[in-house]
Design a protein around this ligand. Structure first.
Ligand SMILES: [Zn+2]
Length: 77
């Protein structure tokens, strides 16, 4: 299955948490190898997740996901 960037973003948190199934993980891995944008998204998303996990008291600010995606949309267009 060929997946696009939006598909990757939808699953990126689950991907980082290891909650996607093996087939989807393979699709995302393959996409990441060829897509600089999604590699960057993965890196920054992972940093945020680590930050949240380490601090434990902090949660992603409301609207973070929407703003993040809006920025991505701008960078892609
Ligand atoms: Zn991509």
């Amino acid at each position: 299955m060929r997946i696009d960037c939006k598909h990757v973003w939808e699953h990126i948190s689950a991907y980082i948490d290891g909650e996607v199934d093996a087939g989807l993980r393979a699709d995302i891995d393959r996409h990441l190898e060829t897509c600089e944008i999604c590699s960057a998204v993965l890196d920054s998303t992972r940093n945020v997740v680590v930050l949240v996990a380490d601090s434990r008291v902090f949660e992603l600010p409301g609207g973070f996901s929407g703003r993040f995606h809006a920025r991505l949309e701008r960078e892609l267009s």
